[in-house]
Design a protein around this ligand. Structure first.
Ligand code: 13P
Length: 249
């Protein structure tokens, strides 16, 4: 049985003051939540968030990392640095990074490997654009993004990872995928992994992301292959994020 997982992606939001208020609120109420919970915070706030979530059930994550171990890569942050700040998770291949920072499938797969090399669980984000969906390319695009990791690292690498299906057209738009649309892609992802290893596929947690709100979370999370959510905007509002976590339980 896969344990449900809800992760907040704060993106480039927050301040010391806002983070304190949000995390205090989450900590006060998260104990009555049965799913696994994490927050993926901006780099400069890792230390603050680390000290605040310590001793709570809230896991800490980052939103990106370098594919390199160390060296002359100005402005980059390595996996081992994230590990020192207590990161349990790191997002790789978020569509905003793919689209705005030119991250290729190959770079995303290398970042996935860099995270696992230090024992951080990569959350591999995949998803099609609106144009790709309208051209009937959804299955092909998602399969290609997943294959980049499978081909580089083998199916065993997925054992200690999480996949997040985030249709680009649903991110920050209020246009959530219907539970049926999301389930169809989640099933396809699990099936692609199952071809190589049914046990790993059966244990793989696949999150849905894209305009998840307290109002639509329950129906999405009730789908057979949806194991929780990756939450953007609603993760910045404690009551909403907690309501989504409860919907997953
Ligand atoms: P929204 O929940 O704001 O649509 O963002 C989803 C997302 O991109 C999470 O990574």
């Amino acid at each position: 049985m896969r344990k449900k997982f809800v992760a907040g992606n704060w993106k480039m939001h927050g301040s010391f003051q806002q983070n304190t208020a949000l995390l205090e609120n989450l900590k006060a109420h998260v104990s009555d939540v049965a799913c696994e919970v994490a927050v993926c915070v901006p780099y400069p706030y890792l230390a603050q968030a680390q000290s605040m979530v310590e001793g709570s059930v809230i896991g800490l994550g980052a939103q990106n990392l370098s594919e390199h171990v160390s060296g002359a890569f100005t402005g980059e942050v390595s996996a081992s640095m994230l590990k020192e700040f207590g990161c349990r998770y790191v997002l790789v291949g978020h569509s905003e990074r793919r689209a705005q920072y030119g991250e290729s499938d190959a770079v995303v797969a290398a970042k996935f490997a860099a995270a696992q090399a230090v024992g951080i669980v990569p959350v591999l984000c995949v998803g099609e654009s609106l144009a790709e969906r309208q051209s009937g390319l959804t299955a092909q695009v998602v399969s290609r993004q997943l294959s980049a990791v499978l081909d580089l690292l083998g199916v065993a690498a997925l054992e200690s990872s999480v996949v997040a299906y985030e249709p680009v057209w649903a991110i920050g738009t209020g246009m959530t995928a219907t539970p049926g649309q999301a389930q169809e892609v989640h099933f396809a992802i699990r099936s692609q992994v199952a071809v190589q290893n049914a046990v790993i596929a059966g244990g793989l947690r696949i999150l849905y992301g894209g305009s998840v709100k307290p109002q639509n979370a329950k129906e999405l999370f009730a789908q057979a292959d949806i194991d929780g959510g990756l939450i953007g905007g609603a993760a910045l509002v404690a009551d909403d994020f907690l309501a989504i976590c409860r919907a997953a339980a």
